[in-house]
Design a protein around this ligand. Structure first.
Ligand code: NAD
Length: 266
């Protein structure tokens, strides 16, 4: 299935977890992929080589999404390698958890800088590039698509994680507002809200049997999510199959956002 043939996609934070699977999924669907990483060069290079080894196109590019010059450099690298950018998956994110009374300003700022300002910087650059590219010869019906990696915590409050939930709530309105603003340019902007996905960011929530049992009580579908569950949604949102979809969040959460505690409250 080469639904993304001719597309170039940038995936931020693609050296691990969800971003890694999304980059691999987009490549499997035919896209040339820019595998962004902040510090794990080896993992990003290994993925890029795996994609090229299988006949695809990929490069690994270091950039910190919270730094404006890095974001410009990331897009420049994509255009230099592949001539255009069609898809941005703005996936990078961190957690710095603490009860609010103990949360330092530094940890508040770090999470907002990466999880929200990083999304703004990447989306702004994507819009600029999408608008500047010639419309002729575009591989897709849209002039470009942006997919922001949000979280169920754009909706569900999360005690002890106020910086993370505030950033993801911001991503929700960034997505919707941007979608409204750039729809007339033919640019689609959507978000994916993963529930609990088995990645390094939430290892303590699934690595022991006891933690996993507790977690599964929050997931009506009865299993933890895998990064590939999110990757499949990203491929769909990036493709013409989702051509009329903009300004929405696709929840990939096994029902976590369905107030699961009400299941037993008949
Ligand atoms: P992860 O820790 O494996 O991935 C996060 C990635 O972001 C890492 O590759 C990291 O290097 C990168 N990153 C961090 N700071 C960066 C920076 N300044 N510049 C560039 N890259 C940076 O965890 P993950 O679960 O794969 O998380 C990916 C995204 O999914 C995050 O936005 C996260 O909030 C979101 N998410 C994850 C889950 C889950 O259950 N795993 C649930 C909801 C949302």
């Amino acid at each position: 299935m080469s639904v993304l043939a001719g597309h170039t996609a940038i995936v931020t934070g693609a050296s691990s977890g969800i971003g890694h699977a999304v980059a691999a999924g987009l490549a499997d669907a035919g896209a040339a992929v820019v595998v962004n990483y902040r510090s794990d060069e080896e993992s990003a290079e290994t993925l890029a080589q795996r994609i090229t080894g299988a006949g695809g196109k990929a490069i690994a590019v270091q950039a910190d999404v919270s730094q404006e010059p890095d974001v410009t450099r990331l897009f420049d690298a994509a255009v230099a390698a592949f001539g255009r950018v069609d898809v941005l998956v703005s996936n990078s994110g961190v957690q710095k958890d603490a009860p609010v009374a103990d949360l330092t300003l530094a940890d508040w700022n770090t999470v907002i800088d990466i999880n929200l300002t990083g999304q703004f910087l990447c989306a702004r650059e994507a819009v600029r590039r999408f608008r500047a590219q010639p419309r002729d010869g575009r591989p897709a019906r849209s002039a470009g698509t942006i997919i922001a990696m949000s979280s169920v915590h754009e909706l569900i409050p999360w005690a002890g994680h106020v910086n993370y939930a505030a950033a993801k709530g911001g991503v929700r309105m960034l997505t919707r507002t941007l979608a409204q603003e750039v729809a007339a340019d033919g640019i689609r902007v959507n978000a994916i809200a993963p529930g609990a996905i088995r990645t390094p960011i939430n290892k303590e929530a699934w690595e022991t049997e006891a933690a996993l049992t507790k977690l599964l009580k929050l997931i009506p579908y009865g299993r933890i999510g895998e990064p590939e569950d999110v990757a499949r949604a990203a491929v769909w949102l990036a493709s013409d199959a989702a051509d009329y979809v903009t300004g929405t969040t696709v929840f990939v959460d096994g029902g976590m956002s369905l107030y699961p505690e009400f299941r037993d409250n008949g």
